[in-house]
Design a protein around this ligand. Structure first.
Ligand SMILES: Nc1nc2c(ncn2[C@@H]2O[C@H](COP(=O)(O)OP(=O)(O)O)[C@@H](O)[C@H]2O)c(=O)[nH]1
Ligand SMILES: [Mg+2]
Length: 227
């Protein structure tokens, strides 16, 4: 369960959140020991913030719209030695975090990414899967870091990630994090994680339009961040 009120958290888990009231109870009920949830509410019109608080999460409000704005606000709010990221849509299980944390804790990796392995055909729309593959391959060609997925579940050392200077505040944020880490010579590792059908409607890659926007944001990152 949640880090007790007395024990300081070892991991701060950043959960960017836009209207995820239905998914939050499951997500926040799956926190391993020592993990504090930071739910970053990005102007939800549902009861996400209240539900998050009721389930013991710290709630940060970010008025600027955008996935990156929310992720960045969570990273800034993190004070635990390690920081993790996860979608708040119940597509990824926070119970997987200790396994992803291990290589970072041991000093064997600087950034660990969860490689999404869909559990059913509906977990990952084909267009999103394809776009992600292309971007990951482009990333590998650019940096020499072999990656299959730019997935949202991640673990790193908090202070180092805060020092990386990620600037994107839209959907290029996840790519910019990996690209900057690679440019700085971080050891990046992928570990498989199950990918479940999300609760509710996707805000980013669930639609073709959302995917096109995300790919546009990410292409800009490739132009702006140089090795
Ligand atoms: N704070 C914030 N969170 C967002 C925004 N867009 C998406 N999210 C959250 O970021 C996560 C990823 O978005 P999601 O819709 O699942 O995108 P997908 O995984 O590509 O389908 C979810 O937890 C969303 O609630 C946004 O503009 N602001
Ligand atoms: Mg999602």
């Amino acid at each position: 369960m949640t880090a007790g009120r007395h024990a300081p958290a070892r991991v701060d888990l950043v959960l960017p959140c836009l209207d995820e009231e239905r998914a939050l109870p499951w997500v926040l009920g799956r926190l391993p020991d020592g993990v504090r949830a930071i739910v970053v509410d990005n102007g939800s019109t549902d009861r996400s913030a209240e539900v998050a608080r009721d389930h013991g999460a710290t709630v940060v409000r970010e008025p600027r719209r955008g996935f990156g704005a929310a992720a960045n606000a969570g990273l800034e709010a993190a004070t635990a030695p390690f920081v993790a990221f996860c979608d708040a849509d119940a597509s990824l299980d926070p119970a997987e975090l200790p396994r992803l944390l291990l290589p970072v804790e041991r000093g064997d990796a600087d950034l660990v990414l969860g490689r999404r392995r869909p559990t059913t055909g509906s977990a990952w729309p084909v267009h999103a899967r394809f776009a992600n593959r292309v971007l990951a391959a482009r990333m590998s060609r650019r940096t020499g870091v072999r990656l299959h997925d730019l997935g949202p579940m991640r673990v790193a050392v908090t202070a180092r990630l805060q020092g990386l200077g990620i600037r994107d505040r839209r959907s290029g944020y996840p790519l910019e994090m990996v690209l900057r880490a690679a440019v700085h010579g971080w050891r990046i590792r992928e570990l498989d994680v199950p990918y479940l059908p999300r609760e509710g409607r996707s805000k980013v890659t669930g639609t073709v339009r959302g995917t096109v926007t995300a790919v546009g944001d990410m292409s800009r990152i490739f132009r702006e961040v140089h090795a």
